[in-house]
Design a protein around this ligand. Structure first.
Ligand SMILES: Cc1cc2nc3c(=O)[nH]c(=O)nc-3n(C[C@H](O)[C@H](O)[C@H](O)COP(=O)(O)O)c2cc1C
Length: 297
């Protein structure tokens, strides 16, 4: 997949993209990832589902979504003429469900790629459980790979013993890229009623608070794969994008920052352009992994 620039709207923070038409020219970003879609619509977790934290956000949405059929019927036609890459994030409670979702999406021409969410910390079945064991990561990726020729991205959990092991497992299963990483399990306590604040009790931490940690996961993984890494976690400035590139990212995803400034993705694409000109860097790709000072494997 060739992106017009390396900025991608992250799943769950970019709606189904149509919502962002009023904030940015969609062709100004490389692509976007839809909210995680399942075969059937899901209501998600009980409220409250969002808690602000210092430099971050804990969410426990629980993968509320309109379901694949409604997305294809009601949303996708509105995006037909959009000149940016459409990546559909999918979520299932069994390996077969992931495979079925991928098989159905494979037939839809306008969809450019599929991102497997095997790393959501906010659901009881599936989600991060699938993303923890490299053998399961490989098996699920392989099963989905057999169902689709579209660009296949596997979104990894940061909560693993070795991110290299799960990244290599995704690659061995046939992934075209990995996304590093999803949110971190977290909790906030309501001191008045002495209970967890969120309806689901726990959620996933995102935003600037996680940037240095996820950045390290990208840095650690770079050099162990022959497929690209999409980095993302806490990006809110062009400088952050450059940091992720230097650590090893070929492209980046922007999540929580959209909630503060819904125009941020387009502004980051501009900011990046300015940086490259000012720093006399010819291509963004030449930055990828430069901080690690190793040649690509
Ligand atoms: C409210 C919310 C909903 C999210 N929903 C999804 C989702 O459906 N699927 C998924 O793979 N990631 C989901 N994520 C994770 C983001 O795509 C992103 O990986 C994470 O928030 C880290 O990036 P950030 O710090 O820039 O937000 C969600 C994040 C937030 C804040």
């Amino acid at each position: 997949m060739r992106l017009q620039n390396p900025i991608i709207g992250a799943s769950g923070t970019f709606g189904y993209c149509v919502e962002y038409k009023k904030f940015i020219p969609l062709e100004s970003i490389g692509g976007f990832v839809t909210k995680g879609l399942s075969l059937e619509p899901r209501k998600g977790n009980p409220e409250p589902r969002i808690k602000e934290t210092p430099s971050g956000l804990i969410n426990s949405i629980g993968l509320e979504n309109i379901g694949l059929d409604a997305f294809l019927r009601d949303v996708l036609p509105q995006l037909k003429s959009t000149r940016t890459k459409i990546i559909v994030n999918i979520f299932g409670t069994s390996i077969d469900e992931y495979a079925e979702l991928a098989g159905r999406l494979d037939r839809i021409q306008r969809i450019d790629g599929i991102e497997l969410n095997i790393s959501c910390p906010n659901v009881k079945a599936g989600g991060a459980e699938f993303g923890k064991d490299p053998l399961v990561v490989q098996a699920i990726t392989q099963k989905v790979r057999n169902k689709t020729g579209k660009t296949l991205i596997v979104k990894l959990s940061p909560m693993v013993t070795s991110i290299i092991d799960t990244a290599v497992a995704a690659q061995n299963g046939g992934a075209d890229a990995v996304s590093i990483a999803n949110t971190y399990p977290a909790i906030a306590i309501d001191t008045k009623n002495k209970r967890p604040f969120l309806g689901a009790k726990t959620g996933g931490l995102s935003g600037p608070a996680i940037k240095p940690i996820t950045l390290k996961l990208v840095y650690d993984t770079y050099g162990s794969l022959h497929i690209p890494i999409i980095g993302g976690g806490g990006i809110s400035t062009a400088e952050d994008v450059i940091e992720y590139a230097l650590a090893g990212a070929a492209a980046v995803q922007i999540g929580t920052a959209n909630f503060i400034n819904p125009g941020i993705t387009a502004q980051l694409a501009d900011g990046l352009q300015d940086y490259l000109v000012r720093a006399r860097v010819r291509t963004f790709a030449s930055l990828t992994g430069a901080a690690k000072n190793i040649s690509r494997v």
